[in-house]
Design a protein around this ligand. Structure first.
Ligand SMILES: Cc1cc2nc3c(=O)[nH]c(=O)nc-3n(C[C@H](O)[C@H](O)[C@H](O)COP(=O)(O)O)c2cc1C
Length: 345
């Protein structure tokens, strides 16, 4: 896998990674990405048709527990139902305030496969695919390689990097603790690595011989130069594009990224059961069990209604540690600025 431009647009499911954003990024020669995580297999097929002529664009998939070789089934299934029932109780006041019905615990557990097989079939059309949240079996890599798809894995530790290369990854996305949105920790019960991105890059560089992209808290041209100096082939930027014209970030997310000048972000499992980094709000005072994707399914009606009502108290406001640096304007200008090719106010 070769990276011809120092910038990659990080995949951001749930709206921000719009087709327009991917096209704008790819128009600069940088690598655009779409998030396939919250989409159906059919949408992933349609997405490919709508960006195939745009330049280099990849798609990102979440690895469900059933396909994740890093899951200890006995541990992660222990008392799942009880933990979810207790969490659902905590959600009731938020649901009542927004006037929404929550799914039952059983309903929340109905779609845990996330249409994985069909999504993989859709992914073979794409030139580049990355996996997040886990490590699929080597046969999955072989299937994608057979259709000339380059496969990347988002890793958060040296051990995950090792395993990903052993399974057949062509490249890695090394995600540091600064990153906005979900951490791609492969063990769903595992606590995320705290080693800062430059040190993690050095450690990964010392043990793998595939190219790697750096992600997490990269917000300025200096940050980009810094990760390249630590061996990365490119810098993957998420939060830095959230306020761009083409991003599909919802209005309440855009508003809070600009209004909340505290500079404070925190980790939480409350939005999905997986650890994610967000601006701090009332919803994050709840404690969710490490049960993904059921926690996501339980919280979806609240998050959706809160976005609709423009209520920042109970929806995810994903942001990396350097969100105060995020710029508004056309995405192509932001990408060229980050790459060191143009000045930006
Ligand atoms: C709003 C948002 C949504 C995200 N969604 C995904 C996703 O669908 N898949 C994924 O691998 N990473 C996702 N991430 C993480 C990014 O791909 C990337 O690792 C992160 O944005 C890098 O850190 P930064 O936000 O500080 O640039 C998301 C991040 C944000 C901010």
């Amino acid at each position: 896998m070769e990276f011809h431009h120092p910038i990659v647009a990080a995949p951001m499911a749930g709206g921000p990674s719009s087709n327009e954003l991917a096209r704008a990024v790819a128009s600069t020669g940088a690598l655009g990405f779409l998030g396939g995580g919250n989409k159906t297999a059919q949408q992933i097929v349609e997405d490919y048709r709508s960006v195939a002529d745009a330049g280099a664009v990849g798609v990102n998939l979440f690895v469900p527990d059933a396909a994740n070789t890093a899951v200890d089934v006995a541990k992660s299934s222990a008392q799942r139902g009880e933990k979810l029932a207790a969490f659902r109780e905590q959600l009731m006041p938020f649901a009542e305030r927004l006037g929404v019905e929550l799914p039952t615990v059983e309903q929340a557990g109905e779609d845990v496969s996330d249409d994985w097989d069909a999504k993989l079939e859709a992914a073979v059309e794409w030139p580049i695919v990355t996996f997040t949240f886990g490590l699929p079996a080597p046969a999955v890599f072989q299937r994608l390689h057979a259709s000339d798809t380059q496969v990347g894995v988002t890793i958060t530790s040296v051990a995950e990097a090792h395993n990903a290369v052993a399974h057949g990854a062509d490249f890695l996305v090394v995600q540091g603790p600064e990153a906005g949105g979900h951490r791609s920790v492969h063990d769903p019960l595992g606590e995320p690595e705290t080693l800062e991105l430059p040190a993690l890059l050095d450690d990964v560089n010392a043990v793998v011989d595939v190219p790697f992209v750096a992600a997490g808290g990269i917000a300025t041209p200096e940050d980009v130069r810094d990760v390249l100096a630590h061996g990365a082939s490119a810098a993957s930027v998420g939060t830095a594009l959230l306020l761009s014209d083409e991003a599909g970030s919802n209005p309440v997310h855009r508003q809070m990224l600009q209004e909340d000048r505290s500079g404070v972000t925190q980790l939480t499992r409350v939005y999905s059961g997986r650890v994610s980094r967000s601006l701090v709000n009332e919803f994050m005072s709840l404690t969710a069990p490490a049960v993904y994707p059921e926690v996501n399914a339980l919280t979806v009606p609240i998050k959706r209604a809160a976005i609709q009502a423009r209520d920042p108290r109970s929806t995810h406001l994903f942001a990396g540690t350097r969100y105060l640096q995020a710029k508004t304007g056309p995405a192509a200008e932001i990408v060229e600025w980050l790459a060191g090719n143009r000045h930006k106010e």
